[in-house]
Design a protein around this ligand. Sequence first.
Ligand code: PLP
Length: 335
Amino acid sequence: MSGSSLPVVYGDIEAAAQRISAHMLKTPFALSPSLSELLDVPIGLKLEHHQTTGSFKLRGACNALLSLSPAERKRGVVAASTGNHGRALAYAAKAEGTVATICMSRLVPENKLAEIRRLGARVHITGASQDDAQREVERLVEQDGLVMVPPFDNPAIVAGQGTLGLEIVDDMPDVGMVLVPLSGGGLASGVALAVKSRRPDIRVIGLTMERGAAMKASLDVGRPVEIAEMPSLADSLGGGIGLVNRVTFAMCNALLDDVVLLSEAEIAAGMRHAYAQEREIVEGAGAVGIAALLAGKIDPAGRPVALILSGRNVDMELHQRVVNCETDLLREDAA
Ligand SMILES: *Cc1c(COP(=O)(O)O)cnc(C)c1O
């Protein structure tokens, strides 16, 4: 592993774990009997959707906030977010006595927006893409002196998300493969660095939707590229990686063994399995690990697999329609 030249090192993740441990849950890890039987290897589920605020994003947000100077904290923080980062940052800011301003595109579902307002953050809705929301963040940094806490492309965020990888190796010491939901790559960068630093032989696979997979497209051409954002059941995986990506592109490029793409129907099947077999409510982004296994797109090669249920912040009406197989919602023809 060429980890030594990367913008985050293993010690950063260990330091993050110490910094944030009092502020978050150590989420449960459960073996899935049905998936283990299907794949004929032990399949473990990291139930991170039970994390406070409903996703792993609290780990990075808390680590970033606790790494600020008192003067920076006083100015307030600002971020662009498709929902879960904004929610996590709003929660963490309130807990630390500062104010968060959250910028988001109008594709973000109403339930996520309402929750962020409820947590006491200011919300700015702007444009139709994550890149538009990011431009609003930069304006607020320049005009009002707010401190930017980006959703993924930041060393403190990556180190915070990486604490999840430490827990996975503790939970399943013989794990041979880790399946990680992938969007901007903060989670995948941190988890891959954590698990490969502990055990260099662990394979780490990024999972994302076919529709608008910006990191996959960027890795394929060897530099960050922009691609069109489209509605998906895995709305938390939407958005670009930033044309001037500084942290996560290089880390995903160095540390991910593969990236697997999933259709909307496969993601829906993952959500249904999570609900019916595992008795867990997960959002589309949180279901991609199960989806990839069910779709036969992962070969564990006889070794135990751990996957991350990364979030549960789904509109419950939508969740019910997915569970009831109302597949007209999935609009495969629009892809
Ligand atoms: C943000 C998010 C992801 C993807 O994380 P990145 O660090 O952007 O790759 C996956 N699942 C959920 C639930 C998320 O909120």
